[in-house]
Write a protein that binds this ligand. Structure first.
Ligand code: IPD
Ligand code: CA
Ligand code: CA
Ligand code: CA
Length: 269
């Protein structure tokens, strides 16, 4: 495996940080004394979410003191073109119920472009990663890497679609368009959270979409999908800035999915 020299060290650092938080989050997963609070938006957060983000921020402040950081639990710090974006646990609702589909998401955005992404899901025994220009990979470690490639499914009727929840589509006012899309594909499943997008990169799912997603939910997923040969845009087809909502496909299906979700728009990208 080779790396673009520019982000080689950043990718290695992201792996090192993921290794260290994997041990601590796994130790808290299913712990009898897990502390769960409810955030103002009525979603859960645990002591494991907070300590994982603190640990990553601590390592970044030593290894990359000049870089800015954005994390779900502790917000923004610093400024400049290089920004690390962290979701310490994506899938907290799974985590608190003992479902193993949760992951730590670590990414680097350089000048607005997500250039490094590591998704580490220790309870699944899986990790996915990518750096700009080097391909996307999966494996238990950097040394045991398998290259990822999106599917070559070219007909909507043969496609597999994954999403997280229906409520956001209703709020966005496009529930009917989403249901129409699910009627046209071969199979719809709610694998949810980071997993839908990693499955697109693996070629196991062809379309992943979400009407409500923050930058920290998706920044690590963008290079993993695009370096595997897929396309990652907003639901309106914008290539960035990222944040708000997301559509990831194998690339081949992207235009048709955009047209299905936006039937009244003629100048889609
Ligand atoms: C959630 C997941 C989910 C999305 C929610 C997010 P969290 O993240 O990304 O897929 O639908 O909007 O809040 O809170 O488990 O990190
Ligand atoms: Ca959360
Ligand atoms: Ca998240
Ligand atoms: Ca989270």
């Amino acid at each position: 495996m080779s790396f673009t020299q520019g982000y080689n060290d950043d990718l290695r650092l992201a792996h090192i940080m993921a290794d260290s938080v994997d041990d601590q989050t796994m130790a808290r997963f299913k712990a009898l004394d897990l502390r769960v609070e409810t955030k103002p938006d009525l979603t859960p957060v645990t002591d494991a979410d907070k300590s994982a983000e603190e640990a990553i921020r601590g390592q970044l402040s030593r290894a990359r003191p000049r870089d800015a950081v954005l994390g779900e639990e502790f917000g923004s710090s610093g400024s400049g073109s290089r920004r690390w974006v962290i979701d310490p646990i994506d899938g907290t609702k799974n985590f608190v119920r003992g479902v193993p589909v949760w992951a730590t998401l670590i990414s680097l955005i350089d000048d607005g472009k997500p250039v490094v992404g590591v998704v580490s899901a220790p309870a699944l025994g899986k990790r996915w990663w990518a750096a700009d220009g080097t391909g996307a990979y999966t494996g238990k470690s950097l040394a045991a890497a398998q290259r990822l490639r999106v599917s070559n499914v070219s007909r909507l009727g043969d496609a597999s679609l994954s999403y997280s929840s229906l409520s956001g589509w209703r709020q966005r006012g496009s529930l009917a368009e989403f249901v129409n899309l699910t009627d046209r594909v071969w199979r719809t499943r709610a694998y949810g959270d980071f997993w839908s997008y990693c499955l697109v990169a693996e070629g196991a799912v062809d379309i992943a979409c979400e009407p409500e997603l923050n930058l920290y939910d998706m920044a690590a997923l963008v290079p993993i999908v695009t370096e595997a040969g897929g396309r990652f845009t907003s639901l309106d087809g914008e290539d960035g800035p990222f944040g708000g909502n997301a559509l990831a496909t194998n690339g081949t299906l992207h235009s048709e999915v955009l047209r299905t979700l936006n039937p009244d728009v003629d100048d889609l990208l």
